[in-house]
Design a protein around this ligand. Structure first.
Ligand SMILES: C[S@@+](CC[C@H](N)C(=O)[O-])C[C@H]1O[C@@H](n2cnc3c(N)ncnc32)[C@H](O)[C@@H]1O
Length: 327
């Protein structure tokens, strides 16, 4: 792996979030976070986020996990394209600014950040957090429907939609995908929850945009159809630490959580040799390591025998989600 960014929220962002919690009842924040999370589970999207307390409750409860998933997806992109140095970012459905934070950590080259979202209270919170923490770069945040705003937006080197496309129906999603790709100068990254439904949305968008000329940078080592068949689905997991405020708002005791996510990074230029992707935690046995890999030619259970010393030493260190080359 190249310069991997940490999955935990940057200290300045965590401090800015916790400072906003001063003077807000933690019980109320926890209660609102519970209502918002139930609305998501029932398919209601971000509609329950209507007040400043709601926005803060949402950010405290969910931003650490969506940030971690964004970072893991950006790290996967960096593995394949270590020289990618975007100057501009378009964060579609930016909410509290999660993907903007993640991308600016993964890519110090970023200088301009354009954020779009329909939700005014999340927009305000994002701008407050960026301001409080002294985030640098040129920042604009437009409020409105992403499809309308995208028509007016400048193209960017990197376009990201983090946990957004699940909030629309199929036709709206296809239109959004088309508009985001039109504004992508180099790379489009889409991240979704790592559920079968989130994966299905990623696969549909991937197929739509490959047909429009896109190439996959990550996680797939090919532009062909996904070789996984239901009930299997491609997803990854990222562990993240829970701060005290995060635990309080979620009513949780465990000091970490594992966020499951699905993602795809699509580029304008074809990628040269792409690494295979480890699709589950490998099993390390005495005689061999066995690992489920997505390879350029399709799905394979790789068995690396102990007697193959060099490869065995490498394979013992493989983790779910890693990009690997076999000799
Ligand atoms: C689950 S939140 C994710 C926010 C942020 N990207 C993150 O990863 O934390 C989804 C966001 O998409 C926004 N959104 C959904 N549909 C939208 C649309 N049609 N136009 C603009 N924003 C939209 C919501 O307002 C909300 O802020």
């Amino acid at each position: 792996m190249t310069r991997a960014a940490s999955p935990d929220l940057p200290a300045s962002l965590r401090a800015a979030l916790e400072a906003r919690l001063q003077g807000v009842s933690r019980n109320e924040a926890a209660e609102r976070a519970g209502v918002i999370s139930k609305t998501y589970r029932d398919g209601g999207g971000s509609t329950a986020i209507a007040s400043e307390t709601d926005a803060l409750a949402y950010a405290l409860a969910r931003m650490p996990a969506t940030y971690a998933a964004d970072i893991a997806s950006l790290n996967a992109l960096l593995d394949v394209r270590p020289d990618f140095a975007p100057a501009s970012l378009l964060d579609v459905g930016a909410g509290p600014g999660t993907a903007t934070w993640a991308a600016s950590n993964a890519f110090p080259s970023l200088q301009s950040f354009a954020l779009l979202d329909a939700n005014e209270v999340l927009r305000k919170l994002a701008l407050d957090l960026l301001g409080d923490s002294g985030h640098s770069g040129h920042i604009s945040y437009e409020r409105g429907d992403a499809r309308t705003l995208l028509a007016e937006a400048d193209a960017a080197d990197l376009v990201v939609a983090s946990y957004v496309i699940g909030e629309m129906d199929e036709a709206e999603r296809a239109l959004l995908a088309h508009l985001m790709w039109e504004k992508t100068r180099d790379t489009l990254l889409v991240v979704e929850p790592g559920t079968p439904a989130g994966y299905a949305r990623i696969i549909a968008l991937r197929q739509q945009l490959i047909a429009a000329g896109a190439h996959v940078a990550a996680p797939c080592p090919h532009d062909g159809a996904c070789p996984l068949a239901a009930p299997d689905w491609c997803h990854f997991t990222q562990r993240l630490a829970r701060s005290r405020a995060h635990k309080q708002v979620k009513g949780a005791e465990v000091p970490f959580e594992d966020e499951k996510f699905a993602h795809v990074a699509l580029t304008r230029a074809a990628i040269g040799q792409r690494p295979s992707r480890v699709l589950a935690q490998p099993v390390v046995g005495k005689a061999e390591v066995s690992a489920k890999l997505c390879e350029p030619g399709g799905l394979e259970i790789a068995r690396v025998a102990r007697r193959d010393k060099a490869n065995y030493a490498k394979a013992r260190r493989w983790r779910w989600g890693d990009a690997v080359f076999l000799n």
